[in-house]
Design a protein around this ligand. Sequence first.
Ligand SMILES: C[S@@+](CC[C@H](N)C(=O)[O-])C[C@H]1O[C@@H](n2cnc3c(N)ncnc32)[C@H](O)[C@@H]1O
Length: 139
Amino acid sequence: MDLVIPRLCLTSNPSALELGTAVGPGALYLARHGFATTGWEVISEAIDQSRRIAEAEGLSVTFEKVDATQIPHAGDAFDLIVDTYCSTHVVFDHERSRIVYSVRARLKPDGYFLITSSVYESSRRLPYKKVVDDRNGTV
Ligand SMILES: C[S@@+](CC[C@H](N)C(=O)[O-])C[C@H]1O[C@@H](n2cnc3c(N)ncnc32)[C@H](O)[C@@H]1O
């Protein structure tokens, strides 16, 4: 985000949403950089933890339990929506599609969608390697 955020053309007081925020590193980063930030996550314990971190830092971030595959299309629109390895963890195509449609619905017209994901590349596939724990023989 250090590389990308400075390149964006943003209004003053921009808003940001992080999907699958976990314990909030991305959302907290954005709040530190002047975004009015919301973080959505499905794991309640992670939300509690991110709220504690935000409070300890004196940051105002809205952390809520929201399933990224069930985002209502009506609601506040954001200048920036960030998905760092959230939709990567969503298994079904139709659910990933729902995320994309929701992002489209909840982005401002000139908003940005920043996504970090991983792609399979056969050329980078490592040969199978069997790793055995010497202490107990676990493979
Ligand atoms: C690999 S972690 C990435 C966390 C964070 N974005 C980061 O960059 O450190 C993926 C997170 O997405 C959350 N997640 C997975 N599926 C989700 C869904 N359908 N809705 C919201 N969060 C989800 C997981 O619970 C997990 O916290």
